[in-house]
Design a protein around this ligand. Structure first.
Ligand code: 5GP
Length: 174
């Protein structure tokens, strides 16, 4: 399978530090920020980002799965694993690996907002603008990439390639 590097390890590490600095500035007055990582893909991004923050933070995880109703336009998102923590009155930052159609981030944003947190914001490492199907607000974004299936830095193709230190597009046919 052919891999083509789109974002190098050095570029990712630099951008993660920049995002962490921005988030640390924005939440400097907050008692605590709850980082909600979306499994599985966000686990490496969340690990690196959280270690660069200079504010009090805690880590939680959620898992979702997308299912197709036969055509991509109507695919829906289902909650597979919920938070263990009550987020009422807390600041929450959803940390997502990649935003494709935008449905996952919208689903999670609405779900969490209904639990009356002090605030909910979103952070995504990469986004594919050409694939957007619903309007999504991403408060902290690492990179925009073209429409391609990408792997590495937490992202997989059939559970492979998650631990690559860079992000690469993959051509499974080759
Ligand atoms: P959305 O709900 O925005 O369409 O999709 C988001 C989810 O789809 C991501 O969390 C990720 O699990 C998966 N996804 C979308 N594009 C890619 C990709 O290029 N590579 C990988 N590994 N996962 C992707």
């Amino acid at each position: 399978m052919d891999l083509e590097v789109l974002i190098s390890e050095a570029e990712i590490q630099r951008r993660v530090r920049e995002l962490a600095a921005e988030i640390s500035r924005d939440y400097a007055q907050a008692d605590e920020l709850i980082l909600v990582g979306v499994l599985k893909g966000a686990f490496i991004f969340l690990a690196d980002l959280s270690r660069c923050l200079t504010i009090p933070r805690s880590i939680e995880f959620m898992a979702v799965s997308s299912y197709d109703n036969g055509d991509q336009e109507s695919s829906a998102v289902r909650l597979v694993m919920d938070l263990r923590k009550n987020i009422e009155g807390k600041h929450v930052l959803v940390v997502e690996d990649i935003v494709d159609t935008g449905r996952t981030l919208n689903f999670l944003g609405e779900l969490l907002a209904a639990r009356k947190p002090e605030s909910v914001k979103t952070c995504a490492l990469v986004r594919k603008p050409d694939r957007a199907r619903v309007e999504t607000e991403i408060d902290y974004l690492g990179f925009e990439i073209p429409d391609a299936w990408v792997v590495g830095y937490g992202l997989d193709y059939d559970e492979q390639n998650r631990t690559l230190p860079y992000i690469a597009s993959i051509n499974p046919a080759s």
